[in-house]
Structures are given as structure tokens and as C-alpha cells.
Design a protein around this ligand. Structure first.
Ligand code: DC
Length: 232
């Protein structure tokens, strides 16, 4: 629908940042589908580094080993026939394994290691391809794609985000308690927002949307309206 202007050198990119559970993944997928653009789930890369480190018994305090793992990460994103993407780490399908709460928490720890972020920077930028990219993460608009013409930052209270997570877990038959999930989310927010390198913060030119106050479809259409205004 929105074709890249051929006079532009780089394919267009939309950045969608925000804290855990703010709806980035769902909104990014829907926007990418409507536009027919590529998608970058940058959180998956940090989750993969954490999983690979755990598999190799590498301590999260050893920065050199972690950055070697990030640099050498052998990962393949394979589109599935029924939609979605299978994520292979060294050939093993880890699509489900990387989605656990523990892996999210471990990802947030390795993401605070500066050389790990440096090692993943170019890898993330290589996802930028025609006809365009929807990039989802924490620092997409501030560090990875600072020239993006559309930057979105999603928010929602910790309670609302924890309730969403509780519902997802219940659907998977997993028991959890809301207070524990709120605590986990607040701990992850604090780590992601307070790290020195590329902290979770909206870009100065980001549009901030509270997903606790709107339905998914309303947020998607707000993002699409912004994209239409910028690219048509
Ligand atoms: O979006 P997610 O929950 O899959 O991300 C997992 C962790 O990875 C998150 O807590 C912080 C880190 N992360 C990051 O530091 N920078 C990104 N661009 C994406 C994720």
C-alpha cells in the first residue's frame, strides 16, 4: 500500500518501543501485516543470547563471553506456513522456549551488558529491507533506527500489563499470581529503564500511546493513520 519513494536511499522503518507487556509484539505484527512490511522482534535476539548463554553455562557476569555469544549467534527466522515465524537457535526450534518469563528476565539482564548491545546493533540494522520494516523493542527509535520517520512508544500500567500476562498464562494452563507478575514486570521495567546503555525511554519525536485505554484495533488504526500521513 505504502510504496517506498524510489528517491529515498533507505527502506522506510516504523519503530514501536515500550515496556514488557505493552502490546508491542501484537501491534507490530498487525501493522506489518497490513503494510506487507518485514518485522524485527529485537527482544527475541536478547532472549536468544540469554538462552544460548544458559545452554553453554556462561555466567551473566562474564561480559566477554556474553558478547562472543551475541556476535556468533546462529539464528534463523523461518516463516511458518500457517503464519508466524519459527525461531531456530543452532538449528533447534526455540520459538516457545524463548517466550518464558524466566527467559524474558534473563534477556533483560544480558541486555544491560554494553558489548552485547554493540554486537547486536548491526544484526538488527540488517533487517531493514524493502518494502519496509516494523521494528519492535526498547531502543528502536532512540539507537537502532534514530532516523525513522514514524516512532511509536507504547505504555500501560504495570497492573494492566500483568493482567494481560496472567490471562495468557491461564490460556496455556499455567498458574501464576497477579502480585508476583506485577513485581516481575516492575523489576524488569526498572532494569530496562535504568541501565546506562540504550535505556528504555521514548525518543523525543515518538508518539506515545497508552494501550491500557484503547483496544488493539484502535491502537493499530492510530499507528496506520500516522503511517498514512507520513508516507502518502
Ligand atoms: O520485548 P521482550 O520482552 O522480548 O524483551 C526481552 C528483554 O530484552 C527486555 O526486558 C529488555 C531486552 N531488550 C532490549 O534491551 N532492547 C531491545 N531492543 C529489545 C529487548
Amino acid at each position: 500500500m505504502f510504496q517506498n519513494n524510489m528517491s529515498q536511499k533507505k527502506p522506510p522503518v516504523i519503530t514501536i518501543d515500550g515496556p514488557a507487556g505493552s502490546g508491542k509484539g501484537t501491534i507490530s505484527q498487525k501493522v506489518a501485516e497490513q503494510l506487507g512490511w518485514n518485522i524485527l522482534d529485537s527482544g527475541a535476539l536478547y532472549r536468544l543470547v540469554a538462552l544460548a548463554a544458559e545452554k553453554k553455562d556462561v555466567d551473566f557476569d562474564t561480559e566477554d563471553s556474553l558478547s562472543e555469544i551475541a556476535e556468533a549467534l546462529d539464528v534463523t527466522f523461518t516463516p511458518c506456513a500457517g503464519g508466524g515465524v519459527a525461531i531456530l537457535l543452532e538449528g533447534d526450534d526455540v520459538s516457545l522456549a524463548i517466550r518464558s518469563e524466566d527467559c524474558g528476565c534473563a534477556a533483560s539482564k544480558v541486555a544491560a551488558v554494553k558489548p552485547v548491545r554493540a554486537a547486536l546493533l548491526e544484526r538488527q540494522r540488517r533487517f531493514l529491507d524493502l518494502p519496509g520494516l516494523v521494528a519492535d523493542g526498547r531502543d528502536m527509535g532512540t539507537v537502532v533506527f534514530p532516523d525513522a520517520k514514524v516512532k511509536i512508544f507504547l505504555t500501560a500500567s504495570a497492573e494492566i500489563r500483568a493482567e494481560r500476562r496472567l490471562k495468557q498464562l491461564k490460556e496455556q494452563g499455567i498458574n501464576a499470581n497477579l502480585r508476583g507478575l506485577i513485581d516481575d514486570i516492575e523489576e524488569r521495567d526498572a532494569r530496562d529503564m535504568n541501565r546506562k546503555d540504550a535505556p528504555l525511554v521514548p525518543a523525543d519525536d515518538a508518539i506515545i500511546i497508552d494501550t491500557g485505554k484503547s483496544t488493539i484495533d484502535e491502537v493499530v488504526s492510530e499507528v496506520m493513520d500516522t503511517v498514512k500521513n507520513v508516507y502518502s
